[in-house]
Design a binder for this molecule. Sequence first.
Ligand code: ADP
Ligand code: MG
Length: 745
Amino acid sequence: MESRASDPPSPTSASPSRSPSPLRQHISSPPRIRRLEASVVNRIAAGEVIQRPSAAVKELVENSLDAASTSVSLSVKDGGLKLLLVSDDGHGIRHEDLPILCERHTTSKLSKYEDLQTIKSMGFRGEALASMTYVGHVTVTTITEGQLHGYRVSYRDGVMEHEPKPCAAVKGTQIMVENLFYNMSARRKTLQNSNDDYPKIVDLISRFAVHYMNVNFSCRKHGSNRADVHTVGGSSRLDAIRTVYGASVARDLMEISISDDNPTRSIFKMEGFISNSNYLAKKTTMILFINDRLVDCTALKRAVELVYSATLPKASKPFIYMSINLPSDHVDVNIHPTKREVSLLNQDSLIDTIQSAIEAKLMSSNSTRIFQTQVVSSSLPTTQISTRKDKEHSIANSGVQSQKVPVNQMVRTDSRDPFGRLHSYWKDGSQSSKQEKKSDLASMRSVVVARRNWKENIDFTSLDQLVREIDSNVHPGLLDIVKDCTYIGLADEVFAVLQYNTYLYLVNVVNVSKELMYQQVLRRFSKFNAIQLSEPAPLQDLLLMALRDEELETRGDETETNDDLKEKIAQMNIELLREKEDMLEDYFGIKMEDGSLIRLPVILDQYIPDMDRIPEFLLSLANDVDWDDERECFQTVSAVLANFYAMHPPILPNPSGDGIHYYRKNREEVGFEAEILVDKSDEEQVDEELVAEAETAWSQREWNIQHVLFPSMRLFLKPPKCMATDGTFVQVASLEKLYRVFERC
Ligand code: ADP
Ligand code: MG
């Protein structure tokens, strides 16, 4: 059986020569175009509108809300595949409309195209009920006001299966959908195999319940007497959130409302609740209603997440409930068959305004609590980072306390290799960020007090001053550029090109990233997440490495000061750092213990600094910081950190182009002088592994510049005045002028 592929075709097999397919047969003439049968068309279209049971629920609930119901209840069997039953107390459906109720494009909500501009109801396409009848069995029971009895009728493929039968009925409409996708076996199978849709349905009803707080919602599994969502209308918004999402969520929310009525930007009103810095969750919950429609807006969601990740130290995703209202002619509701998305006029500036408002709200709420509750850094979540090489290390180390790996095995200190690599210190990762156990607040406090005696008198006014200095030193013109620029690409190793209006600018990536890091260090002061090193990195070795590098740079490679002296200098530096250990840990998230570096702070989320710069960083920490004056001290430590985290070109030379000669193997063997003699044919003899590493480093940096630096810069950088004149921003061209030049050609 295994050799099936090479078996000769059996007489019954559909080999092209024996029984050609109709397409193959007429390969030279174009295939005929036929009209699909209406039932096929309808079923295809229906599968699009009703993609899964939760999509049917959304349509049904929206219909109930459009019918002015004050109570909507739901019963679900088998994740909605077996049964969906939605009952409401709305205005019901007229007897005379029942025959066309489930035909495609029959609606009571829209009569001419222009109505779409002002439409307030959620439905308007007249497709939902029809679609359900093409992929399931639909039975409607309804009664209108003033009638003595109701009617019940079942539908298949858009038409009534029989005349409506009179029946007893309570106010409103009941729609039952059975055996969804009975005639779409592939869909049914994937849905049966995938997770049950019930959680999605509960989630959906929860969202409606928060927004339509005057409507009673309930949702339960068929036959169960316990409802999974149950709200009683008439409560406040916060009560509704508490009922649905629990007290622990409601407790950590802040109310937010903003509006904009500047026609050149955007006109809208937004009201909502957003989580504060105490809220902890792994996934974002974003409940978004635009003009009372439950919609998704990925751009807005991402924008909000970005504000949270950059403003708050905890690696928590936010909870957002947001209701946005804008003039109905600014919203196009008809861009998606399921109406799940809408498109907005001036979406970008609307998102910008919302972002800034959330940022301001978080900042103000955050700054009031920073200094009241002192956080012990050891209770902060730690982010672990991984690189491929270190898997072995941590596997080896996961058992009994590991033997110490000799430093020369972890760090390439080989003097023939000019680039000391520190990657071995990186933590292996299951990517999961472990959260160390939080001790209770009281014991935490006493630890803090015990450890912090030395700084009893510090009152953070100096920190405030530094932050205020940033604000008062902003260059307004550059701020506009930074906020609204478009990233074009890298011009060389240091400059990126960006466009603002019709101007092109070169911007020095190292300078802006350094400034951004500096500002973020001050903003995150004392509440950093941690980057954990997989192995404690011995300060002594790192400092010695830095001292050697420094010597190479300043004196050339012949004259070496003796190693004893260097060791003494390193030792002095270590002692100095040890004295400042507590302060560096508590305020800056730099943790050192027993003469080793253990943790570094997260300054921009998702960003890990170039570990090759650790030696230089430590040396600079010991030598370039002013420890005497509090303000100076905060400033200089922040600057040293900023320099370490800035997006410098990687230490490994760029292997593309000329840079490749650094990686020739012969270089080490034949000596430096002989290098020029190496002819082109030897070019393949490069250290492939190192080249690959360098390539990764360079492309990683480019990615970081585009995806981490620029988005965060737009949000958080307050460019200082000096950047306008020190070559950080240079205007290179005005597109208008360029066009004029082209016109003359
Ligand atoms: P649409 O909502 O786009 O109009 P639907 O197929 O969802 O299209 O519904 C068709 C029509 O059926 C609606 O326009 C409405 O008049 C009526 N209808 C559906 N559900 C209900 C309900 N629960 N209560 C009252 N009328 C309803
Ligand atoms: Mg509808």
